[in-house]
Write a protein that binds this ligand. Structure first.
Ligand SMILES: CC(C)(COP(=O)(O)OP(=O)(O)OC[C@H]1O[C@@H](n2cnc3c(N)ncnc32)[C@H](O)[C@@H]1OP(=O)(O)O)[C@@H](O)C(=O)NCCC(=O)NCCS
Length: 207
C-alpha cells in the first residue's frame, strides 16, 4: 500500500501518537461503538491502540492496516478505517470504518471504503473483501450496498457486544467485481467461484 491514500476530501494514513485526542473523542463515543465489539475506549485503550497500530505499521510483510481518516479541508482526524488480513492463503481481507457523528451523512464513509477497495484490489491484490455488519446497523449496510457489496449471509450470534451475543450480516465484494481489481485479469461473474479462486491461486503462485 502506498500511504497516504488521498481522495477528493480525505487523507487516509497511519495513526501517529499525536492523534490521541481526536481518536479518543470518537472511539469513546457510545454512538460510534454501539454496534461494535470494541469500545467505548478509555484513555488507556486509546494509548494501547496507538501502540499496537504503530507496531503493525512496521511489520513486513504488513498484514493489517488500521488507518486514520483526515478531513483535508480542516486537517483533522474524523475517524478511522481498517483493512485486515483474515485468511491470507485466500487473499481475503476484512474492512471496518468508524467516524465521529458530526461526519455522518456526508458520504465520507462511502468515499473511505471506495479508497480502501482501490488500494486493496490494486496494491495488495486482495481477492475478496468483506465486512461484518450488525443487522440493526442500517447506515453501515447502506454504505456497503451503495458501493456494490453483496449480502452473502447471516451469521447467528457470532459477535459478543457488551455481554450480548449478536448476529452479523456478511457483505462481500470480489476483485473481479471492482474496476481496478479487474486489471489483473478478469473472470466472468457467471463462472463458479471456485474457478475464480483457482485462477487467483495460480496467479499468486506464478503458474
Ligand atoms: C456506519 C457509518 C460509517 C455510516 O455513516 P454514513 O454517514 O451513513 O455514511 P456515509 O458517510 O457514506 O454517508 C452516507 C449519507 O450521506 C449522504 N451523502 C451526502 N453526500 C454524499 C456523497 N458525496 N456520497 C455518498 N453519500 C452522500 C448519503 O445520501 C447518505 O445519506 P442517507 O443516510 O440519508 O441516505 C457511521 O454511521 C458510523 O461511523 N457508525 C459508527 C461506526 C460503525 O458502526 N461502523 C460500521 C461498522 S460495520
Amino acid at each position: 500500500m502506498v500511504l497516504p491514500i488521498v481522495t477528493p476530501r480525505l487523507e487516509i494514513r497511519d495513526f501517529v501518537p499525536g492523534d490521541r485526542p481526536p481518536l479518543y473523542e470518537y472511539a469513546s463515543d457510545p454512538r460510534v461503538t454501539q454496534y461494535l465489539w470494541w469500545g467505548p475506549f478509555s484513555e488507556a485503550d486509546t494509548l494501547q491502540f496507538l501502540e499496537r497500530t504503530g507496531r503493525d505499521a512496521k511489520a513486513r510483510p504488513r498484514a493489517n492496516f488500521e488507518l486514520a481518516v483526515v478531513d483535508r479541508a480542516v486537517g483533522r482526524v474524523i475517524g478511522g478505517c481498517e483493512f485486515l488480513s483474515r485468511r491470507s492463503i485466500y487473499q481475503e481481507y476484512e474492512i471496518g470504518y468508524f467516524f465521529r457523528p458530526d461526519a455522518w451523512g456526508r458520504g465520507i464513509a462511502t468515499e473511505t471504503v471506495r479508497a480502501l477497495l482501490d488500494f486493496g484490489f490494486s496494491s495488495i491484490h486482495a481477492h475478496r473483501v468483506y465486512a461484518l455488519v450488525d443487522p440493526d446497523n442500517t447506515a453501515s449496510a447502506q454504505v456497503l450496498a451503495r458501493i456494490g457489496f453483496r449480502l452473502e449471509g447471516h451469521l447467528r450470534k457470532d459477535a459478543l457486544i457488551r455481554g450480548e451475543w449478536r448476529d452479523s450480516l456478511v457483505y462481500a465484494l470480489l476483485a473481479d467485481e471492482w474496476p481496478s481489481g479487474g486489471s489483473r485479469g478478469s473472470v466472468s461473474l457467471s463462472e463458479p467461484s471456485n474457478i475464480s479462486l483457482e485462477r487467483t491461486r495460480k496467479r499468486t503462485l506464478g503458474r
